[in-house]
Ligand binder design. Structure first.
Ligand SMILES: Nc1ncnc2c1ncn2[C@@H]1O[C@H](COP(=O)(O)OP(=O)(O)OP(=O)(O)O)[C@@H](O)[C@H]1O
Ligand SMILES: [Mg+2]
Length: 475
């Protein structure tokens, strides 16, 4: 199983669970150890009180010792300690050893410790250098102004407490490990619906919602409203529903708009062509025509020509938007560029046209007519939006993956704020001037639509004195 990193919710919950349990175990461990120790020591103290200094008192009566120099150790537990003090000086000290007593060789420190035990018939803990070290002692006053100290070893108490602590440590350690593993699994299982929500949200975030027909993923399963995760899932499902609804409406709206544009431009074609035909026919009239009428007819002919172009451009854009399939033929791009440059040279003799073509002819698969139109639009721009005398260079490069056509000029360039939207429809730098020059702002939109329909891309880099449009097409 993958170890959850503490940054994830899963990791944090597991770590929190284990930490809480560890704290609880620590509290229980400390409390039980202290309680057990207190209980055992109180038992020891009762024993001490019950012994009433008998063993210590027996030390006093040397005469009562038997042949083996043993005092009265009957009924005394092993390691019971006894000492007798006279005027604050230890006169006798012994410890019960194997049911006999053994006189003790006390150090000066031990003697000081014993002399310091308060004579209050209460138990006190002391530390002696002789084995087993720590004692619980009680001092009582004897019959002849002496002090009798009886002690019981603390080590059984400590051993019991240590054993309890060791057992608890093992038990709690095992419980922590088990909780860690089981908790990680449990948290993982509980958060599974959340992972689904995350995955679904990421899936939707990755969709190109801005345009086109979108296939939305289906609703999330298992959305139990009683759980928080289920509520999130329900909310996400609702949101997905709304988004889908909005997308469908938007798609339908776009579709209607496209149809309208296509229908309108298609319908306009015939009347515009008729107007233009009639104007040209009238101009060819042999009789005397007043000059104002001739001028008006000429304007009608010019404007209707312009309108024809506009309507054709709109129709083409509407068709490209609708995803009308393009021709799929081998197009000799080198030849196409040569022709387009010839046309541009003829239309703009004041400009300097330069060609940079590779030795080998470059071909791509696509719609020759549309590609010619795209490149023609770029050349027309380089001609109409720059002053005469401008150098225009067309460069064709290709490698295994792609073919690039660069159209560069050293004209005034495109204003920087216009560059991000330059491929939009009806985008022009100078609206006032463009009316008189007859530019509509559809040229680059068509370039973009044509090249995108070919699976390529078009970019612009422009600064005063240097403008480059680059078409990139898959080879
Ligand atoms: N080479 C260029 N140098 C400077 N400005 C340019 C250049 N190419 C395009 N532009 C600017 O970009 C605008 C949009 O160009 P686009 O070709 O889309 O429209 P248009 O040339 O104005 O009209 P249309 O091509 O439809 O007749 C132009 O109006 C012009 O301001
Ligand atoms: Mg143009």
């Amino acid at each position: 199983m993958r170890r959850p990193s503490p940054r994830t919710l899963r990791g944090q919950l597991t770590a929190g669970l284990v930490t809480l349990l560890a704290l609880a175990c620590l509290a229980v461990g400390i409390t039980t150890a202290l309680a057990l120790r207190g209980f055992l020591i109180s038992r020891l103290d009762e024993q001490l009180a019950a012994s009433d200094g008998r063993f210590a008192a027996s030390l006093e009566h040397e005469a009562e010792r038997d042949a083996d120099n043993r005092s009265d150790t009957r009924g005394q537990a092993e390691y019971t300690f006894g000492a007798r003090l006279l005027n604050g000086v230890v006169t006798q000290a012994a410890v019960v050893d194997d049911t006999s007593d053994r006189p003790l060789a006390l150090t000066a420190g031990d003697r000081r410790t014993l002399a310091g035990v308060p004579v209050d018939a209460d138990a006190h803990s002391i530390h002696l250098s002789v084995s087993p070290g720590r004692y619980r002692v009680m001092a009582v006053r004897g019959d002849d102004r002496d002090i009798l100290i009886t002690g019981l070893p603390l080590h059984p108490v400590e051993e019991t407490v240590h054993r309890l602590v060791a057992v608890e440590a093992v038990l709690f350690g095992a419980a922590l490990v088990a909780t860690g593993v089981a908790g990680a699994v449990w948290v993982r299982v509980s958060l599974r619906p959340l992972r689904l929500v995350t995955a679904r949200a990421a899936e939707v975030a990755g969709l190109p919602l801005a345009s086109g027909e979108i296939a939305m993923p289906g609703p999330l399963p298992d959305t139990d409203p009683r759980t928080e995760v289920g509520q999130v899932g329900r909310a996400v499902n609702h949101m997905l529903g709304h988004v889908e609804d909005a997308l469908v409406r938007r798609q339908a709206g776009e579709e209607r708009l496209r149809h309208f544009a296509a229908d309108a431009s298609h319908e306009l074609r015939t009347p515009v062509a008729n107007i233009r035909g009639h104007a040209e026919l009238a101009l060819r009239h042999d009789g005397v025509v007043p000059s104002e009428v001739r001028h008006a007819l000429e304007r009608i002919a010019v404007e209707s020509r312009r309108m024809t172009r506009l309507v054709d451009d709109l129709l083409l854009l509407a068709r490209l938007d609708a995803g009308r399939p393009l021709e799929h033929e081998a197009v000799d791009l080198t030849l196409l560029i040569l022709d387009a440059t010839d046309d541009a040279r003829a239309a703009g003799p004041g400009h300097h046209w330069f060609l940079d073509l590779p030795e080998e002819p470059v071909t791509v698969v696509g719609d020759a007519h549309r590609l010619q139109q795209a490149i023609g639009n770029l050349l027309a721009n380089a001609r109409t939006h720059t002053p005469p005398g401008t150098d225009v260079t067309i460069t064709l490069t290709s490698d295994r993956a792609e073919v690039r056509v660069d159209v560069s000029d050293d004209g005034p360039g495109i204003p920087e704020e216009l560059q991000p939207e330059i491929f939009g429809r009806f985008v022009r730098a100078d609206h006032a001037r463009s009316r008189s020059t007859g530019s509509t702002g559809l040229g680059l939109a068509i370039v973009h639509a044509v090249i995108t329909a070919h699976g390529g891309s078009v970019t612009v880099r422009s600064a005063p004195g240097h403008t480059t449009f680059r078409l990139t097409l898959p080879a």
